[in-house]
Every structure is written in C-alpha cells, then in structure tokens.
Design a protein. Structure first.
Length: 188
C-alpha cells in the first residue's frame, strides 16, 4: 500500500496499469493492456480496488482481439513479523469483440517470506496460487501456480521476477509456462 511522506498509508491512491507480453516467436507483442483504477484502504487489513483495463491481443499478427475489463478487487493482507499473507478476490466482466462476454471470479493467495532476513538490501520470496471461476458457464476453469522473488530497487521503485504455470481445470486452455517481470513505481 502506498505510504505518504509522513509514514502513514494513503487512504486513496490512483493506479495506472500497463502490460506488454511478447509472443512465442518474439516478433510482435501478443498481449497489450492499459488501464486505470483506484486503491482504497478500508483498514490495515483490507483494501478495495475498482479498475478498468483495455486489452488488445494478437497471438498471430493478423488475428487481433479486443476487450474491456471491468474489475473489482477486495484484498485481505496480514503480516506476522517477516511473513506476509495476501488474499485477493476479484470479480471481472470481460466485454469482448470477437467472442461472447464473460463474467468471472478469481481468487489469488500469496505467501511472502524473507530470503535474506539479516541482509542490508531486503529480498523476499513468494509463492502463489490463483483459481478462476466462470460465472457464465458455471465452471472452475483455470489454476495458476507460481512463485518468485521481489525487492525494492529504490524508495519508489520495486520489482518482481516470477515463474507461473497455468493448468486447465474444466476448460480447454493449454498448459502454459511463463516467466515475468513486474515493476511498481510509487509517486509521492
């Protein structure tokens, strides 16, 4: 959660969201997203975050798909000394141009733990799992499992490097392995 210059958590923060994913042949972006939202701190354990994302995908350079995502997140987090537990529940509506619209629920649980508790520069490891439920079809569709490391690069910039494996539960989604990098910039 964002912290202001006086050491207190801000009650409301603006989120600007950007994602670019490269396809398997690395010749073009396969998934591009841009959006915005709000992060509202309800109390020290719970935040809510409504957001909007515009997504353009083109697994093949000549086949483009577009969608609008309306999302509402509720996130519970709790820290025990150096361990942290976070559980995010998300309901999202996908309004798509080339397929039927979809409403789904996603629940992600994440455990964070220090890799160098005595180190000067803190590096955390994390493990996560996320399940997807499709309200439209009444099916649990996808299970994501992964983990990685995170660290602060400066007072305003942090990063995550992670591995994720996607498994179909009751859907025809392919098994997918991915490696990703996230950057988070906080402006005071």
């Amino acid at each position: 959660s964002p912290v202001n210059g006086h050491g207190k958590k801000d009650k409301l923060s603006l989120l600007i969201l950007q994602t670019n994913r490269i396809g398997t042949n690395q010749n073009h972006a396969a998934d591009e997203r841009i959006g915005f939202g709000l992060d509202a701190v309800v109390n020290k354990y719970f935040t809510v975050s409504p957001s909007y994302i515009y997504r353009s995908t083109h697994a093949l350079p000549v086949h483009w798909q577009y969608e609008h995502r309306l999302r509402f997140d509720g996130t519970f987090s709790y820290d025990w000394s150096s361990l942290g537990l976070k559980n995010r529940s998300r309901v999202e509506r996908l309004i798509r141009n080339s397929r039927s619209d979809l409403t789904r629920f996603r629940n992600r649980a994440m455990l964070r733990f220090p890799l160098n508790p005595e180190g000067k520069h803190r590096i955390d490891g994390f493990g996560m799992t996320e399940v997807y439920y499709d309200f439209t079809r009444g099916l649990w569709t996808i299970l994501d499992v992964g983990g990685g490391i995170s660290t602060k690069l400066s007072s305003n910039l942090s990063t995550e490097i992670y591995y994720i494996h996607r498994t179909p539960v009751q859907d025809h989604v392919a098994h997918i392995n991915g490696i990703g990098f996230n950057f988070k910039l906080t402006l005071d």
